[in-house]
Write a new protein. Structure first.
Length: 624
């Protein structure tokens, strides 16, 4: 076993949570070691470009396709089962194991939680309350928005219905909102003065821009909340280092945010990590291809005394050397599923027996169809606006809340348009032989098949420019039966555990999904959309399906794993306290979505980032 130097802090995982923590602590003069299971290819500009080229040349374009696979730090990906799914339903999400973590292929949506999301038990009788409130997290949300470079307008996000102030006086996001798409504006116009009826109650329809970690026009003369000092001039967005800021820094509408933004207008944790390395030379060490496999605990003091890791050279060869990293404080930031797995493998932090339990995601439900007129599909970011209406309300006592995402990319995700549209129009018979007689969001047989030349171009233009998709992200309650466990028979190439996942949707969530379908029907009717969703036939790419009252419903994973080592006020019902320190080991902290008590309807990363800033304050005190 090779011993590393002794550090102030050892961090496992260089995703967004680990990178923010590493940067904050190194900036405060601490010596930091980061262990990263995957390669660090994207840290070099040439390496990042190799991801872009790989993506462009891959036939199958999925969220993981730009990033080479490593058998020694494996992930769930098409045609490669990493998880053992023990049922009763399938868990549909994955994550990345590369420096930069899952933000390498995330979408960049950066919503805050609502104040109600922290108090689900007190307000609606479900789940558990968080040990912190929205107000506690508010200053850290500001820091996170500046670190990730979020574009939005605070005034627009402050919903008109709310009496409470969501944003501190004088605060605004570092960049202006990404301009709404033509589709967003069309829907906003059509919704004017209209409402929607759910469970006998009318809700006024509104469209709101979605905050996104994607560079737009920087704001000037605001205070940087991370450093509490006045900035001179504008916020400086970070983009592709090879391009001048004013060009390369901004979103250019390349429309490939998932899985990769070629000009790096979309945030990935590589930006934080690169900055941290550049400005803390000598204080921050990152060891890549270093898979943490065991947390060593002193049985007398219950303090962590080291993290063992396996260092490999070749991602495809199962050979490695064993090392131990030592420091005063340890942080596991390896993603909600991998962190739980490492704790279980080390028999650490689990006196509550809650490690791995309460895994939540946002089951993602899709509906799609054709607009009566062109709406300019397939341009810009995947989504620029949503319908916030169902994020909170009295209905949460009975059924899950949900957020409606308005999709800019036609029907791409559920059925592979526009490629499938083209195939179908050119040769309907062979298309049907290959894919079954699936409508694919295009017109039926009278218009399709055997088209070529001008007729084909016209039909493509007409159909594709009207394709339209809605996405519904459903709240899921913490359920101890939804869990990550380990079993000795399921190991990877270098002998580390693979996750065994047990997952299901409860009735609360299913009722929410039924309401989402009703909402979709009403929205489509108001917009004059022809619904092309094939509800009865399995799409083949969804995580799972279930029936309610004779009707089929299908869900996908959203990539939003949370809850597996939740925070709380007591060691009996939580794994970490409000500082994210484990109850069982005084010098072991956990960061990431695993700390969430409930999931609400906001995509989780901004809250993960805010919590990482909060943990940095607690750890700084610990190290003082
Ligand atoms: C397709 C997709 C789209 C998404 N879109 C959004 C979105 O729009 N908005 C949003 O808020 N969220 C989104 N998410 C979720 C978001 O990406 C995650 O919430 C976030 O990246 C989690 O951050 P993390 O730092 O906790 O974990 P990660 O980013 O997963 O980082 C964990 C790091 O730890 C490393 N690691 C793992 N195991 C070990 C080990 N044993 N030893 C050493 N290192 C280890 C990994 O390699 C990785 O670098 C999306 C996810 C997916 C899959
Ligand atoms: S739309 Fe294009 S330029 Fe903008 S963030 Fe997405 S991939 Fe990057």
């Amino acid at each position: 076993m090779i011993q590393d130097d002794f550090y102030d802090i050892v961090i496992v995982g260089a995703g967004v949570a680990g990178s923010i923590l590493g940067k904050q602590l190194a900036d405060r003069g601490k010596r930091v070691l980061m262990l990263e299971a995957g390669p660090g290819t994207g840290l070099e500009q040439g390496g990042f470009q190799s991801f872009v080229e790989r993506f462009l040349t891959q036939e199958l374009k999925t969220p993981t396709s730009p990033y080479p696979h490593s058998d020694n730090a494996p992930i769930q990906r098409p045609f490669h089962e990493y998880y053992e799914q023990s049922g009763p339903m399938n868990y549909g999400s994955n994550y990345m194991r590369h420096a930069g973590g899952t933000t390498l292929h995330w979408m960049g949506t950066c919503l805050r939680f609502l104040p109600e999301d922290f108090r689900l038990k007190s307000l609606y009788g479900h789940g558990i309350d968080w040990p912190i409130t929205y107000t506690d997290l508010q200053p850290y949300y500001q820091m996170a928005e500046w670190e990730l470079g979020v574009s939005a307008n605070a005034a627009e996000q402050q919903s008109v219905d709310r009496d409470d102030q969501l944003y501190a006086t004088g605060y605004d996001y570092p960049m202006e909102r990404v301009p709404p798409s033509y589709l967003d504006d069309t829907i906003r116009e059509r919704f004017e003065g209209k409402s929607i009826d759910i469970d006998g109650r009318a809700y006024p329809l509104e469209v709101s821009s979605t905050p996104a970690a994607r560079n737009s026009i920087p704001r000037a003369n605001l205070t940087d909340p991370r450093e509490a000092r006045e900035i001179v001039g504008s916020y400086r967005p970070v983009g592709d280092p090879d391009l001048p800021d004013e060009r390369g820094g901004r979103c250019q509408g390349n429309a490939s945010c998932i899985p990769i933004c070629p000009v790096q207008a979309k945030y990935s944790a590589l930006k934080t990590l690169r900055t941290a390395i550049e400005r803390n030379c000598g204080r921050l060490d990152v060891i890549i291809k270093a898979v943490a496999s065991l947390i060593e605990i002193d049985p007398g003091s219950e303090r962590v005394v080291g993290v063992r890791y396996k260092k490999y050279a070749d991602p495809d060869q199962p050979s490695f050397t064993e090392h131990v990293a030592r420091g005063r404080v340890y942080v596991i930031a390896a993603h909600a599923i991998e962190t739980a797995k490492l704790l279980l493998a080390s028999d650490a932090a689990n006196s509550s027996e809650l490690v791995g339990c309460n895994l939540m995601d946002h089951p993602f439900v899709l509906t799609w169809g054709l607009m009566p007129k062109p709406i300019g599909s397939y341009r810009g970011p995947g989504s620029t606006s949503g319908i916030p209406l169902f994020r909170d309300g009295a209905f949460r006592s009975e059924s899950a809340a949900f957020r409606v995402e308005i999709g800019n990319w036609g029907v791409d995700f559920p059925n592979g348009t526009p490629h499938t549209t083209l195939m179908s129009l050119v040769d309907r018979k062979h298309f049907n032989d290959a894919f079954g007689n699936h409508p694919e969001g295009i017109r039926q047989a009278e218009h399709a098949g055997d088209l070529f030349g001008k007729a084909l171009r016209q039909e493509m233009q007409d159909v594709c420019s009207r394709q339209f998709r809605l996405g519904f992200e459903l709240e899921q309650l913490p359920d101890p039966k939804n869990c990550v466990t380990i079993q000795s028979r399921y190991k990877d190439a270098i002998g580390n555990y693979r996750p065994v996942i047990s997952y299901r949707l409860d009735d609360y969530c299913k009722k929410g999904i039924v309401n989402a379908r009703k909402a979709s029907d009403e929205i489509f009717a108001k917009l004059g959309v022809t619904d092309e969703t094939d509800y009865d036939r399995p799409s083949g790419i969804a995580a799972g399906r279930f029936k309610v009252d004779g009707q089929w419903y299908e869900y996908h994973g959203a990539g939003h794993a949370v809850g597996t080592h939740r925070m709380g006020n007591s060691p009996r019902d939580s794994v970490v306290d409000a500082d994210q320190r484990t109850w069982d080991h005084p010098n072991l902290f956990l960061v990431g979505g695993g700390n969430f008590c409930t999931i609400g309807t906001a995509n989780p990363t901004l809250t993960i980032a805010a919590l990482a800033f909060k943990a940095a304050d607690a750890i700084t005190k610990e190290l003082a």
